[in-house]
Design a protein around this ligand. Structure first.
Ligand SMILES: *Cc1c(COP(=O)(O)O)cnc(C)c1O
Length: 376
């Protein structure tokens, strides 16, 4: 059996272990400490635009705390991109609120701004004003932010940017995650950089980030005894994980460059194959970290499932695109607006192995198997 090729596996640099050792040496083994503060500062500096950052236990926790701070409560409606990972939508349910799913457009595969406008108009006509809009930068590709923000402003609805897959991506030269009222990042094991597990909430409001840290550490009021006037959460990142994060931030640019290089490699390798198209930056306004290289397979004899199975037979992991939330049994009662774009993408789309630690031999193995299906 050939060695396993993963879709996207952790890729440590040279400094992570040193930072973790420092945490041990100084006995800062807790959900606070100098690495947590340092990691937050590193992210804030990297994103720019004066944002503040709270390091948390997961991207999902960050989304949950964003919804709480936007006042999302039982029975409220929250608009969410349908084509995404379930973690974008689950926190809406944690609050007892109702997700309203919006379809993708075919340039970026992200939320369609026109469908968003129609959705809000229709919800208004039913006497419902959505409390927030969750837009996702899927696979690292920035959404059409100018258009999305214009619609949000028109109807005065706050925006949460799910940039879990898009650290290092930019729209019009500005970092993904810095456009909305809140941005969320993830450092799960499969993301472009990892802290083994973790996330962050990003905001231009220093007060909101201070309050996020308070809520994430059980909402303890300042008093010598345990005094609470808010419901609290145990969502803070540990100082050990933040140590890994500090090392990973030092290599983020390398990781983005390598993922983009891998994307380019596949483009070159498949450019003569009819039936394979890539998710591409629609214009120079978009800079994707290409967290995953994704393709659509549209061919009379080869399906994306044929490719996935052929790769699997050689111990290579690939995955269909995210299955849209409006097609998921857990969300079957939620309203959906769209024309079927995300469903079509799901039927034809495949994510190829894209980890920054893949070597030339790995990529050649993938390419050979895919090409054999088309050329034979
Ligand atoms: C990974 C991911 C999340 C969740 O982040 P966690 O850190 O795993 O909780 C949310 N949204 C999207 C789009 C993701 O890919």
């Amino acid at each position: 059996m050939n060695p396993k090729i993963w879709l996207s596996s952790p890729h440590m640099g040279s400094k992570e272990f040193e930072y973790v050792k420092e945490a041990f040496d100084t006995n800062w083994i807790a959900p606070l400490g100098p690495h947590v503060n340092g990691f937050e500062q590193d992210i804030a500096t990297r994103l720019g635009h004066g944002v503040h950052v709270a390091a948390l236990s997961a991207g999902t926790a960050a989304l949950h705390l964003a919804l709480i701070q936007l006042g999302v409560q039982y029975g409220d409606e929250v608009i969410c991109q349908s084509m995404t990972f379930s973690a974008s939508a689950n926190p809406i349910k944690y609050q007892g609120a109702i997700p309203v799913f919006v379809d993708s457009e075919s340039d970026t595969w992200n939320m369609d701004p026109e469908v968003l406008r129609e959705t809000i108009r229709d919800r208004f006509s039913r006497g419902k004003k959505p409390k927030a809009i969750i837009v996702v930068h899927l696979y690292g590709m920035p959404a059409k932010m100018d258009e999305i923000l214009a619609v949000a402003k028109e109807f005065d609805i706050p925006v949460i940017e799910d940039a879990a897959e898009a650290l290092g991506s930019m729209y019009k030269g500005r970092a993904a995650g810095t456009f909305g009222d809140f941005g969320i990042l993830s450092f799960n094991g499969n993301k472009i950089i990892t802290t083994s597990g973790g996330g962050a909430l990003v905001s231009k409001s220093e007060e909101a980030i201070r309050h996020t840290r308070f809520l994430a550490t059980q909402a303890r009021d300042s008093a010598p005894h345990y005094q609470h006037s808010h419901v609290g959460y145990n969502y803070r990142m540990s100082n050990v994980c933040a140590g890994i994060g500090r090392g990973q931030m030092e290599v983020l640019t390398d990781r983005v460059n390598r993922r983009r290089e891998i994307n380019q490699y596949y483009r070159e390798a498949f450019k003569d194959l009819d039936g394979i198209t890539f998710l591409s930056e629609p214009s120079a306004d978009y800079y994707s970290n290409f967290w995953l290289t994704t393709v659509l397979v549209d061919h009379p004899e080869v399906t994306r499932e044929d490719i996935r199975l052929a790769l699997e037979a050689d111990n290579i992991e690939s995955r269909p695109l995210w299955k849209p939330m409006h097609l998921q049994p857990v969300f079957e009662d939620a309203p959906f607006y769209g024309d079927g774009t995300s469903e079509r993408l799901f039927e034809k789309g495949l994510c190829l192995p894209s980890g920054s630690n893949l070597i030339e031999d790995d990529l050649q193995r993938v390419v050979k198997i895919v090409r054999r299906l088309f050329v034979d």
